[in-house]
Design a protein around this ligand. Structure first.
Ligand code: G3P
Length: 227
């Protein structure tokens, strides 16, 4: 299971990078808006993230609604840095844009995926990454993990060689809210979980770890005191 961080916040990305276990970054329009970023600064911000995460995939999302606009955005965003991945929401227009961009070697992350059929269409169009959302099913009292299981099973049934520049499709578990979402994704064999910083910190913590460290500290203090 590879960990991506799901944020456009530079400080969160730098902190997660310092842990040495980050494999990529995903952003989206809401996450960029949350940084207070201005429209004029969007591409510069994406480039800054790509430079901080040199060699790691960084997803930057197009907000265009037409195939032509998505293709134009995809060419421009992917030209910012070699590790920029272009994020597009699954729809007819983005399938067509993905088909064109994938043929040009542009890596696409197809997002807002909620079903196996959407995922299979995206993979056939040339998506390099597919982002099935989990948490938003929980928001409507449906089983997001079961949907993820179906997507993973369907996509991993097939060889996607020749469909995109890397000859593979990786599944990015998205809309992750809890460590259990990460655990379930790993048990299912999803390739990646993209995790908000708050949830990432929860993945790191456990009360028994804290208790154990406190106990070791107390006993070690006795060793030091007995010198
Ligand atoms: O990467 C997609 C993710 O940011 C969406 O998460 O919590 O808004 O469903 P959420």
């Amino acid at each position: 299971m590879k960990f991506f961080i799901d944020t456009a916040d530079i400080d969160e990305i730098k902190e997660a990078m310092s842990w040495g276990c980050l494999a990529g970054v995903t952003t989206n329009p809401s996450l960029y808006a949350r940084t207070g970023g201005k429209l004029a600064d969007f591409e510069g911000h994406m480039l800054k993230i790509a430079e901080i995460c040199e060699g790691l995939p960084v997803s930057a999302e197009s907000q265009s609604k037409t195939t032509e606009g998505m293709v134009e955005d995809g060419r421009r965003l992917s030209a910012l840095a070699p590790n920029i991945v272009v994020k597009l929401p699954i729809c007819a227009e983005s399938l067509a844009a993905t088909h064109t961009l994938a043929a040009e070697g542009v890596r696409i992350n197809m997002t807002l995926v909620f079903s196996p059929t959407q995922a299979l269409l995206a993979a056939n169009a040339g998506a390099r990454y597919i982002s099935p959302f989990v948490g938003r099913f929980d928001d409507i009292a449906e089983d997001g993990v079961q949907q993820l299981a179906n997507v993973v099973a369907c996509v991993q049934n097939y060889d996607w060689s020749g469909k995109n520049v890397d000859d593979e499709v990786e599944i990015i578990t998205a809309s992750v809210r809890t460590p259990n979402h990460v655990t379930q994704a790993a048990l299912l064999g999803a390739d990646i979980a993209t995790v908000p910083f708050g949830a990432l910190k929860k993945c790191l913590k456990h009360p028994l770890t804290d208790q154990g460290m406190a106990s070791f500290d107390a006993d070690w203090a006795k060793v030091v005191a007995a010198q």
